[in-house]
Design a protein around this ligand. Structure first.
Ligand code: GDP
Length: 265
């Protein structure tokens, strides 16, 4: 198989010195100390698992004999989707937000998994289903852009409204540019349907600390003031540096009911 990227496994992260380790595992927490005094830090540490929970989650994302992680199928319509037998999470976001890179990073301990990219213009956009053993399914939704074809919107709407095993939607937002008009279309859709979701800020390695802090605080404020269904804690990730990947795996394990107890770190 392919070589694993450095820091794909917690065991590699644990060898780093403390401050670097925190930056990789808890990138949001790393920003906390640059906040103005008096800022409400509660949304920074709602989900802050300890090492045992992180390790347990990692075993779900590591394939081995008796635990297969597989691409299952692609579907253009909900009735072509695999049966809704397992708890499910889905990932949505604008084209180019870093969705395939993120899913590849999440599955990096199962290098046999192919995360397909269908970017060819004019190509039918599909929902790609991945099965993680007997634990959960993960869906890679087609990226949206400002000329999202009507049938694409219909497909996503139908999926979000009718997929009863959907436990959480992960809405990816570019960490450099923050929330865009098209992201608000997705937010409005999720809010209208009353779907629980969480925002994930991507490509954080490319944003300066100041810019990242600005985007984080703006989005947190928006989430607090204008949303009902969005988890108040943002998840920050870099698929290049592997920051936030371990924590996100743990959150996926948690929301799919595969992590009965999450002890605080
Ligand atoms: P998708 O269209 O949402 O699937 O986006 P991709 O995963 O294909 O990423 C779009 C572009 O952003 C590619 O050039 C990636 O190499 C780049 N990219 C994705 N994730 C990251 C990241 O975490 N850090 C950096 N620096 N670049 C990224």
């Amino acid at each position: 198989g392919r070589a694993l990227p450095p820091l794909a496994a917690l065991s590699q992260v644990l060898r780093l010195e403390r401050s670097r380790r925190t930056a990789i595992v808890f990138p949001l927490q790393k920003l906390e100390r640059y906040l103005a005094p008096g800022t409400d830090t509660a949304p920074f540490r709602l989900f802050q698992p300890g090492l045992p929970a992180l390790q347990r989650a990692e075993t779900l994302f590591r394939s081995d004999r008796g635990h297969a992680i597989d691409y299952v199928s692609s579907a253009v319509r909900l009735n072509h989707a695999p049966p809704p037998a397992l708890p499910e999470v889905c990932f949505i976001g604008r084209s180019n937000v870093g969705k395939s890179s993120l899913i590849r990073a999440l599955f990096s301990l199962a290098p046999e998994v192919e995360v397909r990219v269908s970017k060819t213009p004019g190509h039918t956009k599909k929902m790609n289903f991945f099965k993680v053993g007997k634990y959960f399914t993960l869906v890679d939704m087609p990226g949206y852009g400002y000329r999202a074809p009507q049938d694409f919107v219909k497909m996503v709407e139908a999926y979000l409204q009718e997929r009863h095993n959907l436990k959480r939607t992960f809405l990816l937002v570019d960490g450099i540019v923050g929330l865009q008009k098209t992201d608000h279309i997705a937010v409005d859709m999720l809010e209208e349907f009353g779907i629980p979701y969480v925002m994930v800020l991507t490509k954080i390695d490319r944003a300066s600390r100041g810019l990242l802090l600005k985007n984080v605080l703006e989005i947190q404020e928006f989430v607090k003031e204008s949303t009902q269904g969005c988890f108040p804690q943002l998840f920050l990730v870099s698929s290049v540096e592997f920051s936030g990947i371990h924590l996100l795996r743990c959150f996926v394990a948690h929301v799919t009911g595969n992590l009965p107890t999450v002890e605080a770190s």
